[in-house]
Design a protein around this ligand. Structure first.
Ligand code: GDP
Ligand code: GDP
Length: 455
């Protein structure tokens, strides 16, 4: 590497930075208006989270990447909806439940100017039950005079309240230090490395695509799905299902089985649930209603899985209802609307008739294999050498940037770092990705490519 103009430390640093697998997840929970979104903005250093301050406006973005003291993690913001028809208690509990379930640690935000309310106490019960590490944020301590209010929150029994002002940044650094202490380096407990342990599958898709029907079909039993309120009864959240001679862990199946009909905030709630399931899973099976047009909602769900860096399978359901004309248009829609995930294995199924159910497991296995593929450095560089020789980067400003060498820094999903002599254009990066896929497979997995440019 040295002769190419990169020093060994740069190379190692770049590999380490790019090499991370799934990041640990921090959930920020609490009642409406305690300052969750404001705090999340502090964490991510952007104003993005609190874009809409109007009640009833739904956000579909719920997870963000954050970095503090050189460590990266994900933040799940549950601030995206207001009170709803179930009443505050139930709604706060329901959203907190999903977020806590998917998290490695939790920041519980309380408005110290109000003090602990009954709803706060209800969330404390959930936190106790979940047993995840909790950092208590006593928010809206904008100055020294508010410290006493924060101290009063010892009464919640969650340990030391951290006095912060999400709005002004007071105390948030100290609290983030505590968060990092609570947060494991890697989401290890959720991605057990035990060889042969059950793989984790998230079955996701917009309402009515057939998730519950499929789950019942694969679980090989008809279950009665009762119309229950969130937070009242607690189903087991994950379910072990025998399929194709293996045991799989279908995550957050309670979210599929539970029928929660909300008016305000329903979309946000669905997004939160989907994001939580994706975070917990290794592979996402996105169910799409083949009888219906592919919608923005379908695309968003696919994007969520891809951005989270999970393996992906696309399952087109309700195949039993398709006539020739619809089949024709479906193919056109897939080409235009889902072109960005043309690499995902695809199955055409019917949860009703059981059509092609046996193809689901091989598709999931293919995607997981792609997700875990590691290309040896020698092979990668032989490939890059050929690629650069046969298809060089276009000349820009009299110079020709060149990829000098590269390495795969990590898996789950595959992450590459390329070292280059100059800025590599987006189009050329896409070309490299396409060629990498042709050469090494990577079926069913997003791949990340970062480029380091020689000084
Ligand atoms: P969320 O519903 O829990 O996400 O709460 P928001 O982040 O939307 O904040 C609710 C309101 O409290 C907004 O008007 C914020 O500006 C305000 N707020 C948030 N944090 C603080 C704080 O530390 N101090 C003060 N004074 N106001 C805050
Ligand atoms: P979920 O909201 O995604 O869990 O969807 P459901 O499993 O509740 O299914 C929604 C509706 O689609 C129900 O009326 C199902 O009977 C129907 N459905 C699900 N899968 C199929 C299928 O493969 N073929 C047909 N014709 N209908 C289906």
């Amino acid at each position: 590497a040295a002769e190419e103009g990169f020093d060994a430390e740069d190379v190692e640093g770049a590999i380490e930075e790019a090499g991370h697998g799934p990041l640990p997840v921090l959930a920020v929970v609490g009642r409406p208006n305690v300052g969750k979104s404001t705090l999340v903005n502090r964490f991510i250093g952007r104003r993005e989270a609190v874009v809409e301050d109007k009640p009833g406006v739904t956000r579909d973005r719920v997870t963000y990447e954050a970095e503090w003291a050189g460590r990266r993690f994900k933040v799940v913001d549950t601030g995206g909806w207001e009170q709803d028809v179930l009443g505050i208690d139930a709604s706060v509990a329901a959203q907190a439940e999903y977020a806590i379930e998917a998290a490695d640690a939790v920041v519980f935000v309380v408005d110290s100017t109000v003090g602990a309310t009954d709803t706060d106490t209800a969330v404390v019960r959930l936190l106790r039950k979940a047993g995840k590490p909790v950092v208590l944020a006593a928010n809206k301590v904008d100055g020294p005079s508010g410290e006493a209010d924060a101290t009063a929150l010892w009464s919640l029994g969650l340990g030391e309240p951290h006095p912060v002002s999400a709005l002004h940044g007071r105390g948030t650094g100290d609290m983030l230090d505590a968060v990092l202490e609570a947060l494991p380096e890697a989401p290890a407990q959720r991605f057990g490395t035990a060889v042969g342990g059950p793989r984790r599958v998230a079955l996701i898709g917009r309402p009515n695509v057939g998730k519950s029907s499929l789950l019942n079909k694969v679980a090989d039993e008809e279950r009665v799905v009762v119309n229950e309120l969130a937070g009242t009864t607690r189903d087991p959240v994950d379910e072990m299902i025998e399929l194709g001679g293996r045991t799989w862990k279908f995550v957050d199946t309670a979210g599929i089985r539970k029928r929660v009909h909300l008016q305000q905030g329903a979309d946000y709630y669905a997004s939160l649930r989907t994001a939580a399931a994706v975070e917990k899973a290794e592979v996402a099976v996105v169910l799409i209603d083949a009888a219906d047009s592919i919608s923005i909602q379908d695309q968003r769900i696919v994007t969520m899985a891809v951005e989270a860096g999970r393996a992906l399978v696309l399952a087109y359901n309700k195949w039993d209802t398709l006539d020739e004309e619809r089949r024709y248009y479906l193919e056109r829609e897939i080409e235009t609307e889902l072109a960005q995930v043309a690499w995902a294995p695809r199955v055409n199924i019917s949860a009703r008739t059981g059509r092609h159910m046996e193809k689901l497991v091989p598709a999931i296995e293919t995607a997981l294999a792609g997700w875990e593929t590691r290309v040896p450095t020698g092979r990668l560089n032989a490939f890059l050498g050929e690629l650069v020789a046969s298809h060089p980067h276009p000349v820009r400003g009299g110079k020709q940037p060149r990829i000098l060498f590269g390495t795969q820094a990590g898996t789950k999903p595959p992450r590459f770092v390329l070292f280059a002599s100059g800025f590599i254009e987006h189009g050329y990066r896409r070309y490299v990705e396409r060629r990498l896929r042709e050469e090494f497979g990577f079926e069913g997995t997003p791949i990340h490519i970062s480029v380091r440019v020689r000084e």
